[in-house]
Design a protein around this ligand. Structure first.
Ligand code: HEC
Ligand code: HEC
Ligand code: HEC
Length: 93
């Protein structure tokens, strides 16, 4: 195998891996109504993974209610355009 081919194959795998790693929409379970989080739309809006992924992409260490309300609700209040009401995020089925 030529080195160029190997590099191309590796790049393809890496790209496919990233594309598959994260769903466009992530359901964050909560007893008072699950939160449907549009990951892709937030990526496009915010353009900076490190706002949420401080230690790089992947599972967020210590993700819980406190983290979410500080980070998610915190930004939503600050920018004054995004949803802040409990039921904007927590949807009862
Ligand atoms: C507004 C916050 C936010 C931004 C910005 C964001 N993410 Fe996420 N991401 C999350 C949350 C919340 C989860 C789901 C919780 C978890 O997996 O710990 C998640 C999950 C993921 C996962 C899946 C982890 C797993 O194993 O299930 C990957 C991979 C990921 N994000 C990559 C990225 C990349 C790459 C970017 C930038 C292009 C990005 N994220 C931007 C909040 C964000
Ligand atoms: C740094 C800012 C920022 C952070 C952090 C952030 N958001 Fe948002 N969010 C926005 C903006 C901007 C919008 C779009 C508001 C609009 O255009 O109406 C939005 C919209 C939303 C919406 C409604 C529209 C949609 O995309 O579904 C939900 C629900 C939401 N965010 C949930 C979350 C959750 C859950 C987190 C944390 C995991 C989070 N957000 C973190 C900025 C942020
Ligand atoms: C911007 C979106 C957003 C808003 C607004 C919001 N939350 Fe949350 N909330 C979340 C996320 C995300 C989680 C974490 C879910 C997880 O850990 O899977 C959460 C977790 C919780 C939990 C823990 C549920 C459990 O099963 O442990 C409670 C309770 C809660 N929120 C109540 C509220 C109340 C009350 C309000 C209004 C004052 C509110 N939330 C507003 C996004 C939001």
């Amino acid at each position: 195998m030529k080195p160029v081919f190997i590099i191309t194959a590796m790049l393809t795998l890496v790209t496919a891996g990233v594309a598959l790693a994260v769903e466009e929409t992530i359901t964050l379970p909560a007893s008072n109504g699950n939160v449907i989080f549009h990951h892709k739309e937030h990526e496009n809006r915010l353009k900076d993974c490190t706002i949420c992924h401080v230690k790089g992409p992947g599972k967020i260490e210590g993700f819980n209610k406190e983290w979410a309300h500080k980070k998610c609700v915190g930004c939503h209040w600050k920018d004054k355009i995004s949803p802040t009401k409990c039921t904007d995020c927590h949807k009862k089925k």
